[in-house]
Ligand binder design. Structure first.
Ligand code: 13P
Length: 261
C-alpha cells in the first residue's frame, strides 16, 4: 500500500448534481494523479454508486464515512462493510469524532468496526483525537493511547492495511488547525505507541492529520515528518482548495522521497 494519501470526507453534504460538478472540478484540477500520492473521496452513502461511476479509470478511490461492526444480519439501518466493498469502496472512516459526539460511539465499537472492515477487505481509517478539555487537562496522550489501544486490541498489525488519522476534536470544523508542532508531536506519539506492538508496522503506517486543513496551511502541516497526508472536511467541498492541498502534499512527498525519508 502507498504511504501518502489525501482523503476527502464530504460528510453529509452534496447531491447528484453537486457531486458530479465537484468531482469533475477536482479531476480537472489535479489531472492525472501523481504516482507519489493517492486520493480517496468519501461521499455520503447514497452517492457511493454515483461516485463509483465517476472515479472509473481515474485512479481516485472511494471510501465510506462509516460502516456496521457486523458483516450481515438483522441490523436495521446499518450498512455492512461487505456491501461497501461491493460498491467499489476500498476504505471506510471509523470512529470519526462526529460519530463519537452525536451517535455515542465509543472506543470498543471503533475496534469492532475496524475488524469487520478488515474482514470485508476494506482499509479502515481509524480516527483518534482529544477534546479541548482533555488537552487543557494534560490528558492528550492518555486519550490517544486509550483510543489506539482499544482499536488495536481487536486488529492485528502485521498483515492488515490500516490508516490512522489524528483529528483533534477542537480543530475539526473550527477553522483553527493544530499547529505543525502539535501535529508532529502527536503523530510521533501515535507512531511510537503502535511501535510498541510492532516496530516495522509503525514505520510504514500511514498517519493522516485532519482538522481545518486548507490550502493556506497545507504545506506547513503536511510537511511534518510523521505526517503522511490529510483527512480533509470543509476544504474537500471546494475543488480549488482541495486541489491546492493535493498539490502541496505531492510537493512535500516528492521532497521527502527524494531525501530517502
Ligand atoms: P474540517 O477539515 O472541516 O476541519 O474537518 C475535518 C474532518 O472532520 C475530516 O474528517
Amino acid at each position: 500500500m502507498k504511504k501518502h494519501w489525501l482523503v476527502g470526507n464530504w460528510k453529509m453534504h452534496g447531491n447528484l448534481k453537486a457531486n458530479a460538478e465537484l468531482f469533475n472540478a477536482i479531476r480537472s484540477g489535479t489531472g492525472e494523479l501523481a504516482p507519489e500520492v493517492d486520493m480517496v473521496l468519501c461521499p455520503a452513502f447514497p452517492y457511493l454508486a454515483q461516485m463509483q461511476g465517476l472515479v472509473e479509470g481515474t485512479g481516485i478511490q472511494i471510501g465510506a464515512q462509516n460502516a456496521s461492526d457486523h458483516l450481515r444480519g438483522a441490523y436495521t439501518g446499518e450498512t455492512s462493510p461487505l456491501m461497501l466493498k461491493e460498491l467499489g469502496c476500498g476504505f471506510v472512516i471509523i470512529g470519526h469524532s462526529e460519530r463519537r459526539s452525536y451517535q455515542g460511539e465509543n472506543d470498543g465499537l471503533m475496534g469492532r468496526k475496524a475488524l469487520a472492515a478488515i474482514d470485508a477487505g476494506l482499509i479502515p481509517i481509524l480516527c483518534v483525537g482529544e477534546t479541548a478539555e482533555e488537552r487543557d487537562a494534560g490528558r492528550t496522550h492518555e486519550v490517544l493511547g486509550r483510543q489506539l489501544d482499544a482499536a488495536f486490541g481487536y486488529i492485528r498489525t502485521a498483515h492488515d492495511n490500516i490508516i490512522v488519522a489524528y483529528e483533534p476534536r477542537w480543530a475539526i470544523g473550527t477553522g483553527i488547525a493544530a499547529t505543525p508542532e502539535i501535529v508532529q508531536a502527536e503523530h510521533a506519539f501515535l507512531r511510537a505507541r503502535i511501535g510498541q506492538r510492532d516496530a516495522e508496522f509503525a514505520k510504514r503506517l500511514t498517519i493522516l492529520y485532519g482538522g481545518s486543513v486548507k490550502a493556506s496551511n497545507a504545506a506547513s502541516l503536511l510537511s511534518m515528518p510523521d505526517v503522511d497526508g490529510g483527512l480533509i472536511g470543509s476544504a474537500a467541498l471546494n475543488a480549488s482548495e482541495f486541489v491546492a492541498i493535493y498539490k502541496a502534499l505531492v510537493e512535500v512527498t516528492k521532497t521527502r522521497l527524494a531525501k530517502g525519508a
